[in-house]
Design a protein around this ligand. Sequence first.
Ligand SMILES: [Zn+2]
Length: 134
Amino acid sequence: MGISKIVMGLDDKPMWASIERGAMELQKCGECGAFRYPPAPVCPHDLSADAEWTPVSGKGTILSWVVFHKQYFEDHVPPYNSVAIELEEGPIVVSQLRGDEPEGSWIGQRVELIYAEHAGRTQHFARWLKPEAA
Ligand SMILES: [Zn+2]
């Protein structure tokens, strides 16, 4: 069993560097303005290769979540969760919720990305944005 590793494709380096700095950037299409994830050489909407690395807000909504009770990696000791987050900018990223957890279903809960050391590098995690008390 190994630790989880970065998968570094040809277009991934600027994204991982921005995560290391604690402020994730994604490619924003110069043609239609769509953010894309994972990084890719062209926009999936219009095939434009024109893009600029642009910081994302880090805020988003949980689309789906799961708690793993089996260990797959040395650095992920069960139980641990994975959350699929739709960022305000559109892309869906998978992260891990840390800290306080919503009761019941997590779907639709607002979160923001935070950054922390894990397995010898900076990684993004999610922090629950509790709804304002009524
Ligand atoms: Zn585009």
